[in-house]
Design a protein around this ligand. Structure first.
Ligand SMILES: NC(=O)c1ccc[n+]([C@@H]2O[C@H](COP(=O)([O-])OP(=O)(O)OC[C@H]3O[C@@H](n4cnc5c(N)ncnc54)[C@H](OP(=O)(O)O)[C@@H]3O)[C@@H](O)[C@H]2O)c1
Length: 159
């Protein structure tokens, strides 16, 4: 299993259920990277999807403790259930949010991390992989600047 996330300078990833700053270059990178794959998302994050619709061209798996049903999503009620589904896919990406990243990170072997070099206030954070002995930076896949904000797409792998 893999994961994909955009982090600010302090490894913040969101505030009040959304991303305070989102770059179109990162959205494009997300679409290209996850195209055709399974994506695993927490119920709070899917509330922030455009129209709360599943992401097109992907197998959408959502985690909830409730009995929610939304057409286009396969709902799981435990991380283990999501993990078992992920094992049936050629590629499966954990796409957030904070609580789902934390619970599924131990099962991920690769992490696509877009570093967005600004620091809006966040209430949700991702673990700092640069400070973790479990992860190494393999390569920087892309970099650039948008609206004066530098960014880079980094690929980490489990050490
Ligand atoms: N920067 C990025 O790349 C990125 C990506 C994604 C999200 N985000 C941000 O992350 C924030 C949301 O993160 P979050 O931690 O608040 O919410 P979340 O992880 O998206 O969703 C939490 C929900 O997932 C369900 N869930 C979590 N653990 C579960 C378990 N063990 N078993 C069953 N269901 C479980 C629960 O749903 P129920 O309440 O329905 O039971 C829980 O309320 C937002 O600010 C969003 O913008 C950032």
């Amino acid at each position: 299993m893999e994961l994909i996330v955009a982090v600010y300078e302090d490894w913040g990833i969101g505030r009040e259920g959304t991303q305070p700053i989102a770059l179109s270059a990162d959205r494009k990178f997300f679409r290209q990277t996850t195209k055709g794959a399974m994506v695993i998302v927490g119920r709070r994050t899917l509330e922030d999807f455009p129209g709360k619709q599943p992401l097109p061209g992907r197998v959408n798996v959502a985690l909830t403790r409730s009995e929610a049903e939304i057409p286009g999503f396969t709902f799981c009620h435990t991380p283990e259930e999501a993990l078992a589904l992920a094992q049936t896919a050629d590629r499966a990406f954990v796409i957030g949010g904070g609580s789902v990243y934390l619970q599924l990170l131990p099962y991920c072997t690769r992490a696509y991390v877009t570093k967005v070099h600004c620091q809006p206030q966040s209430d949700t954070f991702f673990p700092n992989l640069d400070e973790s002995p479990d992860w190494v930076l393999e390569t920087i896949l892309q970099s650039g600047e948008e609206n004066g904000i530098p960014y880079e797409m980094c690929l980490y792998r489990r050490a």
